[in-house]
Design a protein around this ligand. Structure first.
Ligand SMILES: NC(=O)c1ccc[n+]([C@@H]2O[C@H](COP(=O)([O-])OP(=O)(O)OC[C@H]3O[C@@H](n4cnc5c(N)ncnc54)[C@H](OP(=O)(O)O)[C@@H]3O)[C@@H](O)[C@H]2O)c1
Length: 249
């Protein structure tokens, strides 16, 4: 699945699923743009991309900031003159009970990062994607389909993201732009370390039918497939890759 001469922008590329996705696209020959806040981690991922393909454009940015979102798209176009694929992967996980009185602040933080940034980047990138007949892959979650205890805001954000993916798929289809989502189950990444809990999947008793947790590369493979011409007939879909997690819910 060659992405030679394709420009691929991946948000949240400093670790986990986003990092694996950036490296995979680089390996397939793409000009990759990697975005996140942690510059040191981004530079490490850039080195990994360079080992298998080209050194990417590195953009240190906070996707929850409107000005940063504009800069992400402007810098991408200034460097490569086009955009073929947007992977909206940046996301945060937070836990908190409704009764502790903090849910509103938590909801605002999560929705700004997990949903509003995707709405904004989609709108800023869309004119360029129309020109290339490109596509978008949004990284949602099985949390959009099932409830994890005391993660109401996170689950709500992922349900909203999956729905926004379908809405944007319909709206952009007449311009030849595809939009899909992937909904992973548990994946071994820094997501818990970057959250507000010291717990892990094991502490939460997370179970999957296949009795395994995925590696980030498995989700990257799925994203690459959806972004490729092999998926030219796929839009408005939300692909679950969860080791059978939802079967047990
Ligand atoms: N791991 C799982 O089990 C799982 C399951 C289902 C869905 N997902 C989804 O997969 C996506 C990737 O998560 P992950 O598991 O790979 O976790 P991760 O290792 O914590 O990666 C999250 C990425 O998002 C970036 N990010 C967070 N807030 C940002 C912001 N405001 N601006 C720019 N970048 C931001 C982080 O970079 P910086 O901190 O450097 O900014 C990091 O690169 C998320 O949307 C998550 O909800 C994960």
């Amino acid at each position: 699945m060659s992405f030679k001469n394709k420009v691929v922008l991946v948000t949240g590329a400093s670790s986990g699923i986003g990092a694996a996705t950036a490296v995979l696209f680089a390996k397939e020959g793409a000009d990759v743009v990697i975005v996140a806040r942690n510059e040191t981690k981004l530079k490490n991922v850039a080195q990994e991309c360079a080992k298998v393909g080209k050194y990417p454009l590195v953009i240190k940015a906070d996707v929850s900031d409107d000005d940063d979102d504009r800069r992400i798209i402007n810098d991408t176009i200034a460097k490569f003159n086009k955009l073929d694929v947007l992977v909206n992967n940046a996301g945060i996980l937070r836990f908190g009970p409704i009764l502790d009185g903090q849910i509103t602040e938590q909801y605002d933080e999560i929705m700004k990062t997990n949903v509003r940034s995707v709405v904004r980047l989609t709108s800023l990138a869309a004119p360029y994607l129309v020109k290339t007949k490109g596509n978008i892959v949004n990284v949602s979650s099985v949390a959009g389909y099932s409830i994890s205890d005391k993660a109401a805001a996170y689950c709500t954000s992922k349900a909203a993201l999956s729905h926004f993916s379908r809405a944007s798929a319909l709206e952009l289809a007449c311009h030849g732009v595809r939009v899909n989502a992937v909904s992973p189950g548990p994946v071994n990444t820094d997501i818990f370390a970057n959250s507000d809990t010291i717990k892990t999947f094991e502490d939460f008793g997370v179970k999957t039918a296949l009795n395994r947790v995925s590696g980030p590369e498995e989700i990257a493979d799925l994203i690459l497939f959806l972004a490729s011409d092999k998926a030219k007939g796929i839009t408005g879909s939300d692909y679950v890759s969860d080791n059978g997690y939802l079967l047990l819910k």
